[in-house]
Design a protein around this ligand. Structure first.
Ligand SMILES: *Cc1c(COP(=O)(O)O)cnc(C)c1O
Length: 380
């Protein structure tokens, strides 16, 4: 089945009870038993729910995995991955990382004795010098947030295999429409479903997808034992979002390209970060592992003035100033004061998150209106 069919049918079948085409919302905490242990596959809603299971099957199908798991947020999904580890273990992670992931790693899991190395992974071979006998996991985010660096998933996974390490990829920015990490050798794919997969800025959810039964069983155990699941109503909304993922992503990519090109020519802008440019340092890897370049763009204004950046985002009218990304509506954000405020200034500036950096999540509105909006905000 091709991707554009999988979004609609992948892992899905009409409901067994009445044939409803969309899975019913099983809004229940528990399931009746005829005798202790005599049930129809469902006992208790933390462990299993039919609506959530339908969604988990759809996740697995989209990422070419065998098992999917849904969580109450993207961070809850990452939290579950970290619980595969124990005190003394080490993780090598992308340095240009979603702020909340950095916070979870450094403020929660470091206290449990897990050691993190934050590394620029654009050169995959450079990772090898951080590997020792305690290393257990490589955490990749690509494209990175907000600098749009590209990490070679296949090359990194090959190094990890040599040393028997797990590779997890945060695939939130690319979505499986653009990039399927399990096919490139990764072991775990993670999503903030809150973003493109949900697609409508109306839910908070996370996902993990794997292709190995033993690893899936360990994660299902953690999901049930720690309990950070999502509810049946949100599962239904995410399933509904997935049905249009491919058409939304196609438009996000088209609009993203047009806006990146517009911004690159603008006299007030010094740099535009978008992996579709041939001048992007990792463009060749992006071309190899992604099917298109997405709708996430960051840019820096000439002079790198904090107040000017704030003025630009305040003056945008079609773009909404907000955290988050990946919805049908265009959003603009200021990483230094918003998503990345929890990363110390020296740390964030090392990775390029300077004061005038603005990040756009280009939506699926008419691109002429989006460009006109940027033009008027930049002219102020
Ligand atoms: C939003 C986001 C997360 C965290 O997901 P939540 O659903 O907000 O918990 C993790 N990684 C990336 C790249 C994100 O954009």
């Amino acid at each position: 089945m091709k991707f554009n069919t999988k979004t609609i049918h992948g892992g899905q079948e009409p409901d067994k009870a009445y044939g409803s085409v969309m899975p019913p919302i099983y809004q229940t905490s528990t399931f009746a038993q005829s005798t202790p242990g005599g049930h129809k596959g469902y006992e208790y809603g933390r462990t299993h729910n039919p609506t959530r299971n339908a969604l988990e099957n759809a996740f697995a199908s989209l990422e070419n995995g065998t098992h999917g798991l849904a969580f109450g947020s993207g961070l809850a999904a990452i939290d579950a991955v970290m619980k595969l580890l124990k005190s003394g273990d080490e993780v090598i992670s992308t340095n240009d990382l979603y702020g909340g992931t950095y916070r979870l790693f450094t403020k929660i899991f470091e206290a449990f004795g897990i050691k993190f190395h934050f590394v620029g992974m654009e050169n995959a071979a450079g990772i090898e010098s951080y590997i020792n006998e305690n290393t257990k996991l490589i955490w990749i985010e690509t494209p990175t947030n907000p600098m749009m660096n590209i990490i070679d998933i296949e090359a990194t996974s090959a190094i990890a295999k040599k040393h028997n390490l797990l590779v997890a990829v945060d695939n939130t920015f690319a979505t499986p429409y653009l990039q399927r990490p399990l096919d490139l050798g990764a072991d775990i794919v993670m999503h903030s479903v809150t973003k493109y997969i949900g697609g409508h800025s109306d839910l908070i959810m996370g996902a993990l997808i794997v292709k190995d039964k033993a690893l899936a069983d360990r994660l299902y155990f953690i999901q049930n034992a720690s309990g950070a699941i999502c509810g049946p109503m949100d599962s239904f909304l995410a399933l509904r979002g997935i049905k249009t993922l491919h058409v939304r992503m196609q438009r996000h990519c088209e609009n993203g390209k047009a806006i990146a090109e517009y911004l690159a020519k603008h006299p007030k802008i010094s740099t535009v970060y978008w992996p579709g440019f041939e001048t992007h340092p990792n463009h060749e890897i992006a071309k190899k592992q992604m099917d298109d370049f997405g709708g996430m763009i960051s840019f820096v204004t000439k002079g790198n003035d904090y107040d000017q950046a704030i003025r630009i985002i305040e003056n945008l009218q079609v773009f909404t100033l907000a955290e988050s990304l990946g919805g049908v509506e265009s959003l603009a954000g200021h990483p230094a004061s918003m998503t990345h405020a929890s990363i110390p200034k020296e740390e964030r500036e090392k990775t390029g998150v300077v004061d005038s950096l603005i990040r756009l999540s280009v939506g699926i509105e008419d691109v002429d209106d989006l460009i006109a909006d940027l033009a008027q905000a930049l002219s102020k």
